[in-house]
Design a protein around this ligand. Sequence first.
Ligand code: XUL
Length: 518
Amino acid sequence: MFLGLDSSTQSLSALVIDPAAGTITCQLSVNFGKDLPQFDAPSGFIPNGEHGEVHADPLMWLEAVNLLFTKLAEATDLSRITMIAGSGQQHGSVYLDATFDQRLAALDPAGQLAPQLSPALTRTSSPIWMDTSTSTECAEITTALGGPEEVCKRSGSIAIERFTGPQIRRFSKLDPDAYAKTARIHMVSSFIASVIAGKSVPIDFGDGAGTNLLNLASLDWDPALLDATAPGLGEKLLKPAIATTPQGPVSPYFVEKYGFSPACQCALFTGDNPASLVGMGATSPGNIVISLGTSDTFFASMPGPKTDPNGFGHVFGNPAGGFMSLICFRNGSLAREALKNELGIDWTTFDITAIEATKADAGKNLTLPFYGPEITPRHDFTTPVSKGTPAFEAGTQPYHRVRALLEGQFLNMRLHSEWMEVKTERIRLTGGASKSNGIAQLVANIFQAPVERLEITNSAALGAALIAAAAAGHDLPTLQDAFCIAADGSTILPEPETEAIYNETLPRYKALLHATIS
Ligand code: XUL
C-alpha cells in the first residue's frame, strides 16, 4: 500500500492506495482552521499581514502532521505502507539552522514534532503563495539578470512575488542575521518530506520550478539566479531531483509512534499542482486540468518548456518527466465564498439555483471577478471587487451576480490560457467547487469542451500516492488507468448554442479588463 500526503493551504490530507486491488483504502484530513484553532489561522494563514505579507506558522503544519498520523494509525494498518510521497502548497518556504538535521535524527517519539523542531527555525513564520510583498525584490532580480525575458527563459517564469526566490531575497534584506544563521531552506513540500524521512531531502523539479531559481535546461539551481537572489544561497539548498527518487527509510519517529514498518521508504514531495497533474491522469498530452481550490489553477503537461509571453503563466517540472504549464488565479474559492457570504445564500443556491435561474442571461452581465490582489493578470485589486459594466452595476440582482462572477472567472481563465495554444479537447475538473454541476456546465460552455470529474476530489493526495507507487517500481500510466477514472454520469457536454455567445463575450471581457487595469 502507498501513502500520499497533501499539505495544502487550508488542510493536511492523507490518501492510501492498494494498487493490487485498484482501491483507495483510506482518506483523512486535518483542517488547520477547524482542528487547530489555537493557531488563529481560520483559512490556514496568519490573518491581517501588512505590506502584502501572507505567512503561515510552520509549527501548525507540524502539529497537523502529528494529528493526521494519530488519526491514520487508528483508521489503517500503517505497517502495510511500502512507500510515502506527498505534495505541498507551492512556493512557501521554511528557514532552518544547522541543527535541523540533528534534531530530525534525534526525535523522541514520546513527544510532539513542533516543540522538538521549533528551536531550529530561524524564521518563525513561513511566507506562502498568497504573499504579494516582494515586488521590489522581483524588480531587483530582474534587473540583475538583464530583463524579465532572461529570468523567464532560465526559470520558466518571470520573477513573481509569491515565488520562493524573491521571498528569500526579502528575508535576507529584512533580517540578514537570521538569514546568515539559516543553513537550510525548504519549501513546504520538502520540509514535510524531510520530517517524515528524518533527514533533509531535496526539493523536486515540480515544486523547485516555482522558486525562480531552478534552471529548466540543466534541472539544477541556476548560478546567476542564486547570485541575484541572496548571498550564499546555493549552500542552503540541496540538489533538486525528480519526485519519484527514493530517499531511504521513514524516520524511526514514525515507526515507533505510529506503527510504520522500518522497511517503509520515502520518496520526494512535489507541489500540489504537479501532484494533481498526476492524480488527474493528465501527465501525458490531451487533457487540461482546472483545479478549483483556494486558488484556481489551469494546467496541462507540455512536451518542452514553452513560456507565456505576457509573463503570467509558468512552467514547472512534470513529476512523470518533462514539463507542465500552469496558470494560477488567486481569486478562486476565496472570491466565490466572499460573494456567497455577501449575498447570504448557501452553496446549493449559489451553484445550482443561481446558475439555472439565469441561463438566459449567458454572457450578458460582464464583471471582473477579483476580490483582492490577483496573480493573473497581475494587479492589486484592492478596492471592492467584482466590478462590472455600469449598466450591470445599476441593475444587479443577486443571482445575476453569481453568474457574472463565475463567467468572469472562466472568461479570465480562457483569455489568459490562449498563449498555451493547446486545443482544449477535454477538461478534467478537480477541487472542492468541481462537485457543482452548475459550475461544470459553465466551464464546458465557456471553453466549448467536455468536462469530466473524477470520483475523488483530492487529486493532489491521489497524485502523491501514485508517485509513491511509481517510486516503488509500479508503472505510472497503468496506475493512472486504474485510479484516474471519470465518475459515472459526471461528464458534462458543452451546450453548442453558447459557443457564439462566449466567443463574442471574450473580447468584451478583455476590453473591460484592460480599461480597468491600464
Ligand atoms: C500555484 C500556486 C497555488 C498554490 C496553492 O502557482 O501558487 O496554486 O500551489 O496551493
